[in-house]
Design a protein around this ligand. Structure first.
Ligand code: PMP
Length: 389
């Protein structure tokens, strides 16, 4: 590995050498058949990853652009959007949609908890909601949404289901070909970025539209966007030799390589690995008296928001870890200073996470907490092994 540090923030995640090599390859022209072939393979694998019979869009941008593409192409100014929010990134859909004149209502869970599906049903019963946004994993809280519970409720209300997979896609199953509750009740839009469980540096916005979501775009005629208008991109996504705006050539090399690695690992194995990471990290940190913000049943496979035990100073703790070559993130908003966030997704390895457990233990010891590093490591290994069996 070329990386000198362990980047265990909730994205970007560690980039492996094969992906760096792809990034550093010679830049071909965007209509060069060799590039076109790589782009086409990347798009095909994106369809396979999300199991969609709709269309996928892979364009230069970050996750926020993907959010914007999902919204402007499905909900018109003046229409109603329901935001189901489990934290900071769920909330982001509200100002985003309002910027386009969309009427937004937000159901916000207490940080660390899920939104009650019954509250979603009650709100939707008021009628008139065109779409509902759900953040699969909110990166601020480490809470994973209950897609199984929410999907039938949203579909029964006749609304489009938009899933923000920025901190989930390729680490947690997102199957757009699956029926939830009744035949044909399917996820309409999945959006994500390249830099998290996919394992590529930041720079690509990835969005998938189901046939129903594409029909919604068609019915809108004009949308208040140009670069984010999927109709401008459709010809390119169907035939990547076509031009609309210059693709991020080297990012596409890296992305296609990342998807090859994902399919070489196999989706079920990859999802099981992530689930086991989440359980093992939380169990190991519990040995140090550190508790996750989310209850285990709501906690994400991809990252954990960890509450500090009494007396641990956030800045000091993270600075000491950084000095040992390991980077974690602080917490957001009201949790700032009270918790840190550790990413455990993408091409992060079990060895890296075991090392992370050891370094966190060493740091707590330096700060005067008499922790048992060996027991935490054993807990990590046992829980991980049990999780992938
Ligand atoms: N949604 C979620 C769940 C996220 O975690 C993030 C970024 N952390 C975003 C959206 C926004 O993505 P970006 O920062 O790539 O624009």
């Amino acid at each position: 590995m070329r990386n000198k540090e362990m980047l265990l923030i909730p994205g970007p995640t560690p980039v492996v050498d094969e992906i760096y090599d792809a990034l550093a390859a010679e830049t071909w022209g965007h209509t060069d058949p060799r590039f076109v072939e790589i782009y086409r393979r990347g798009l095909d694998m994106t369809r396979k990853l999300l199991n969609t019979d709709g269309e996928v869009f892979v364009v230069a941008g970050s996750g926020t652009l993907a959010m914007e593409m999902a919204i402007v192409n499905t909900v018109a100014p003046g229409e109603k959007l329901l935001v189901v929010s489990q934290g900071y990134f769920g909330d982001r859909f509200a100002p985003l949609a309002k910027a386009f004149g969309i009427h937004v209502e937000t159901l916000q869970a207490e940080w660390g908890k899920r939104v009650d599906p019954q509250a979603v049903a009650a709100k939707l019963a008021e009628g008139g909601f065109k779409a509902v946004t759900v953040t699969h994993v909110d990166t601020s809280t480490g809470v994973m949404a209950d897609v199984d519970a929410l999907m039938p409720i949203v579909k029964r209300a006749g609304a489009l289901f938009i899933l923000d997979g920025v901190c989930a896609t390729a680490g947690i199953e997102e199957d757009m070909g699956r029926d939830y509750g009744a035949p044909g009740q399917r996820i309409d839009v999945v959006l994500t970025g390249s830099q998290k469980a996919i394992g590529v540096p930041p720079g690509l916005a990835i969005v998938a539209f189901s046939p129903a979501a594409l029909a919604a775009r068609e019915a809108l005629e004009r949308v208040p966007a140009y670069y984010a208008d999927i109709k401008n991109w459709l010809p390119v996504m169907r035939d990547p030799s076509k031009y609309f705006a210059t693709p991020a050539i080297n990012m596409v090399y890296a992305y296609t390589k990342a998807l090859e690695l994902i399919f070489a690992e196999g989706l079920p194995t990859r999802y099981a690995r992530h689930a086991a990471y989440g359980k093992a990290i939380r169990a190991a940190l519990a040995v140090y008296g550190m508790r996750a913000l989310a209850a285990e049943g709501d906690a994400a496979p991809t990252l954990t928001c960890v509450l500090y035990p009494e007396g641990v100073n956030d800045a000091d703790f993270r600075k000491r870890l950084a000095g040992k070559g390991m980077v974690v993130a602080g917490a957001l908003a009201a949790l700032a200073g009270k918790a840190f966030r550790i990413g455990h997704m993408g091409n992060t390895t079990p060895e890296m996470l075991a090392r992370a457990v050891a370094l966190i233990g060493e740091t707590l010891r330096e700060l005067g907490a008499p922790v048992d590093v060996e027991r935490a490591l054993a807990t990590f290994r046992e829980t991980y092994a049990a999780g992938i069996r």
